[in-house]
Design a protein around this ligand. Structure first.
Ligand code: 8YV
Length: 339
């Protein structure tokens, strides 16, 4: 009997998904979540045929150098700025991500952060838990937040997640404006009830601005001090995209100085570290990159990552047809080499 291919799972995962992988593979699954140094990652990848990795695992040419064995890297996320896809392609390694399944859950979460930041849910809960309600002289005009309904929602980056966020705005009777590299097709625009505007207009008009851009070098600090200065002081900023799209130091300064009302942030520059200036503020709602973390969605994401590995390595019903490859041409090269 030939040995089963080896698969390394870099993040603790649902046991039933690991069990599916175990049917075909010798699975080495990490029991705890932690960042790894480039040399440790290189070493872990050297001894396996496939890996399921997370956003903190940065796979590039240096990590792949000299690796003769690795064939598949499946990312647990739709965003894949942790993967150098060109380097993976050059190394003959198939890369995959988890698109689509998380769109609605991430859109829900953008709204959760928007509403929580606008209506000061985090600060109010901290105050209550600290026992400050009883015996306080709470005034009728305390705890005032910013309304969401009837206001203007701005969306920067209008892919599938941006569209799902926009569609929800109809229930809040909001006007929706967006900025994107290209204009949505007219039927999609209509379904979203959204109007394309320039980036300066978006910054000027938005009462609530949600960022849904992919991370690229060009998008680094897409919202920095100059952009924050163009926003309304009463505006709320929500980042569910990627750390680094916002200049967190500039954001902390704007929030501290009352140049922006509030923010809801799920992603941070240099996460899991969070800028101390943000941690010190009450008008920001912070969460640890969990926008996709609903029971169903995280399970779907894990299963898609597993499906990519199983199919790419030639097993299961979809053998040879991984569902969401990022560089499918790699498989043609494999086939050509075999022929
Ligand atoms: C994370 C995400 O993958 O899909 C993405 O791009 O950012 C998230 O779904 C997830 O939170 C794990 O870090």
């Amino acid at each position: 009997m030939t040995a089963k291919p080896k698969v390394w799972v870099a993040r603790p995962l649902f046991p039933d998904v690991l069990a599916r992988l175990t049917e075909y593979f010798d699975v080495q699954a990490e029991a705890v979540e932690r960042p790894r140094s480039p040399s440790e990652l290189k070493e872990r990848l050297a001894g396996v045929d496939a890996a399921i990795v997370g956003l903190t695992d940065k796979v590039d040419a240096a990590t792949l150098a000299g690796n003769q064995r690795l064939r598949v890297v499946a990312n647990l996320g739709v965003g894949f700025n942790n993967l150098d896809v060109d380097a993976l392609t050059r190394a003959g390694v198939l890369a995959s991500n988890t698109p689509e399944v998380l769109n609605e859950s991430v859109a829900d979460y953008a709204w959760a952060l928007m509403l929580a930041a606008a209506r000061r849910v985090g600060a109010a809960e901290r105050w209550l838990r600290a026992g400050q309600w009883a015996g306080s002289q709470m005034r009728f005009d305390d705890w005032l937040g910013v309304d969401v309904h009837g206001r203007t929602l701005g969306i920067l980056g209008m892919g599938r997640i941006g569209q799902a966020i926009a569609r929800r705005a109809a229930g809040f009777d909001m006007k929706v404006v967006y900025h994107n590299r290209s204009r949505l097709a007219e039927p999609l625009e209509r379904a979203c009830g959204a109007t394309l505007v320039s980036k300066p207009e978006l910054l000027r008009l938005a009462d609530h601005l949600v960022l849904v851009l992919p991370y690229t070098a060009a998008n680094r600090h897409a919202i920095g001090a100059p952009e924050l200065a163009q926003m309304k002081p009463s505006a709320v900023l929500v980042n569910i995209a990627r750390g680094g799209i916002v200049d967190d130091a500039a954001l902390a300064a704007a929030l501290r100085e009352g140049r922006l009302a509030a923010a809801g942030l799920d992603v941070f520059e240099g996460e899991p570290a969070v800028h101390p200036g943000l941690l010190a503020l009450d008008n920001v709602v912070l969460s640890p990159h969990i926008a996709s973390a609903s029971e169903d969605t995280r399970r779907d994401m894990a299963n898609i990552a597993a499906d990519n590995v199983i199919a790419a390595l030639g097993f299961g019903e979809a053998a040879g047809k991984p569902p969401t490859p990022l560089n499918p041409a790699v498989m043609d090269a494999w086939a050509a080499r075999k022929a």
